[in-house]
Design a protein around this ligand. Structure first.
Ligand SMILES: *Cc1c(COP(=O)(O)O)cnc(C)c1O
Length: 369
């Protein structure tokens, strides 16, 4: 059996340190916004190269708070891709705004800046996704957003540690672009908690202060509430776990890249398998080992029969989800997005995946074709 992801293996690798960190929180009983939360926020801001990181209850909560703090509200329009998890879009709707789905670049699966330019009229915020662990074309997208005078909020839920190399050679990590970066620490993400958790990164002091207030009932003091906020805090326990796991995130991401390179080496030219081409100025952290094939569904069941976990991220694009039928989108509206949904497959990928396990996946894929 080779799973798609192995959350248990990550725990076992860090067991002593995690157990001690959790014990520490239990002894202190500082379960809500304890000192371990502040420590993690400082470590994560340093990791991302941003002035602030604010721990919140989930990646979805991060998106909700970032959009709210950016002033998105009733009647607004937010530009989003449809090749993503639905959580990118739900908070737009919660705030009374409407998503406008923007076509993706067929090579990378991320929001196409040219399509964005054509769709920017009337948009109040731009929300690209660093899908599968590769930064969206943030340089170009930021330029379009700046031209239109609207904020850029980055859904970096899959891209902890991913990097953009700018024309002048400087490197910006995911979460460091635009007004805010939104991260998820869902257990299976590159940096995963032991439950729900997320974070918002930003370089804007006033925005950070608003987010901190919004995540905790709009509080200015224990019983004074300046604005109507939310209960979107990160548990201290999750922060303690995340601080331990953050210490190996770069090494873990390098291992993911090495495994992905092996997949590509071994499987390029096999059947009609297609690997998204590398983008040297946008370094992926390979949240998913993403391939495409016209025989996706039969490959998926073939692998499943052999005990190999594979996934589909994501089979139904958000513009065609029943929940969003009211917007009136139809199949054919976003051809590149729909082709990715029809053909994409994620092979098993996690830092603890052994070379022998990878060879087992490669053999099975070859046997299928
Ligand atoms: C995981 C994910 C989210 C949501 O994060 P949660 O922590 O599960 O709420 C949002 N956007 C993308 C692209 C994701 O992959």
């Amino acid at each position: 059996m080779i799973p798609l992801v192995d959350v248990k293996a990550a725990y076992l690798r860090h067991r002593a340190a995690i157990d001690a960190a959790v014990q520490d929180v239990l002894e202190s009983t500082a379960f809500i916004q304890g000192p371990q939360l502040r420590a993690f926020e400082e470590a994560y801001a340093a990791y991302c190269g941003t002035k602030h990181a604010i721990g919140v209850g989930s990646g979805t909560a991060a998106l909700h708070l970032a959009l709210a703090a950016a002033g998105v509200g009733a009647g607004d329009v937010v530009a989003v891709p449809a090749h993503t998890f639905i959580a990118t879009v739900e908070p737009v709707s919660w705030l009374g705004a409407r998503p406008r789905f923007v076509e993706i670049d067929p090579e990378t699966g991320a929001m196409d800046p040219v399509a964005l330019k054509g769709a920017i009229d009337g948009v109040s915020a731009v929300l690209p996704v660093d899908i599968h662990g590769r930064p969206a074309d943030l340089e170009q997208i930021a330029a379009v957003a700046a031209d239109a005078g609207v904020p850029l909020i980055e859904d970096a839920a899959q891209a902890h540690g991913a990097e953009v190399v700018r024309a002048d050679g400087t490197v910006v990590r995911a979460g460091g672009y635009g007004l805010a970066g939104c991260f998820s620490f869902y257990p299976g993400k590159n940096l995963g908690a032991f439950g729900d958790a997320g974070a918002i990164t930003t370089n804007d002091d006033a925005f950070a202060a608003t987010v901190r207030r919004l995540r905790d009932h709009g509080r200015t003091s224990k019983y004074e509430h300046e604005i109507i906020g939310y209960a979107h805090r990160m548990d201290t326990l999750q922060a303690a776990v995340l601080s331990v796991k953050l210490s190996t995130l770069d090494a873990d991401n390098r291992r993911r890249a090495a495994l992905m390179a092996r997949y590509e080496e071994e499987l390029t030219g096999v059947g009609d398998l297609w690997f998204p081409p590398a983008t040297p100025d946008r370094r992926s952290v390979f949240h998913h080992a993403l391939v495409r094939t016209s025989r996706r569904d039969s490959l998926l069941s073939f692998l499943k029969e052999r005990g190999i976990g594979a996934g589909v991220h994501y089979p139904i694009p958000v513009h065609l989800q029943p929940a969003y039928a009211f917007l009136g989108y139809r199949r054919g509206d976003l051809p590149s997005t729909e082709a990715w949904a029809d053909e994409c497959l994620s092979l098993p990928l996690y830092p603890e995946l052994s070379d022998a396990q990878l060879a087992g996946v490669v053999d099975a894929v070859r046997a299928f074709f």
